[in-house]
Design a protein around this ligand. Structure first.
Ligand code: IYR
Length: 222
């Protein structure tokens, strides 16, 4: 049965010069975002996190199945368990499980197996991808474009948190199956990313990286 169709009342058009200003202002805001690894323990009101998660939940996704689940962890004991499990995986990763070329690619960033921010930061948001959903009666409903959908929702979430004035780190300990166990998520849910959220530490440092320019990332066919 097709859904009822509604007028697009929420669309907002701007004059072209205002569009130009808005596009530039948004770029200037987003280009200030950095992946932060030095977090402050300062608390962050949960309501801010909730609104950013609402933004994530608006992401376009396959057949509107919304194939994601977000677990927001502020409990110190759970954060500690996540840190311990993540660091165990990271020790194996940096200790030789990762191919030499991968470790060489990371060397300039100075990352290592120590992840104190997993306990320091006020929030860890574990993002899970659901290959299928379950109805109330336990029937499986297939989800489509799961990775794309969850990736877009995660991008929305990172942008929303940055816009609110918070720092994030997209952390990917590999493998991440320990998140299902610690956070009691069903086996079929795939841990996608662990997002570390909070204020940066006052003395936070970030590596001197640059982004590719427009001509390096875009081809116009006109
Ligand atoms: N998960 C590891 C390694 C790592 C991998 C990539 I690709 C990065 O961009 C950064 C780190 C870690 O978090 O240290």
């Amino acid at each position: 049965m097709p859904l009822p169709m509604l007028p697009l009342v929420d669309y907002q058009e701007y004059p072209v010069d205002e569009m130009q200003r808005r596009a530039e202002a948004f770029y200037n805001e987003m280009r200030r975002r950095r992946s932060v690894r030095d977090f402050s323990a300062r608390p962050v009101p949960r309501a801010i996190i909730e609104n950013c998660l609402r933004t994530a939940g608006t992401a376009p996704n396959g057949a509107n199945m919304q194939p994601w689940h977000f677990v927001v962890v502020s409990d110190p004991l759970t954060k500690r368990r996540i840190r311990e499990a993540a660091e165990a995986e990271e020790r194996a990763f940096y200790g030789g499980r990762a191919p030499q070329a991968w470790r060489a690619a990371l060397a300039p960033l100075g990352t290592d197996a120590n992840k104190p921010f997993l306990e320091t930061a006020p929030y860890l948001i574990a993002i899970f991808a659901q290959p299928y959903g379950l109805t109330a009666s336990g029937e499986k409903i297939k989800h489509y474009y799961v990775t794309e959908s969850v990736g877009i929702a995660t991008g929305f979430l990172i942008a929303a948190l940055h816009h609110a004035g918070l720092a994030t780190l997209t952390h990917t300990p590999s493998p991440m199956a320990f998140l299902n166990a610690i956070l009691e998520r069903p086996d079929h849910e795939r841990p996608f990313l662990l997002l570390v959220v909070g204020y940066p530490a006052e003395d936070a440092r970030v590596p001197a990286i640059t982004k590719k320019g427009l001509t390096d990332i875009v081809t116009f066919v006109e």
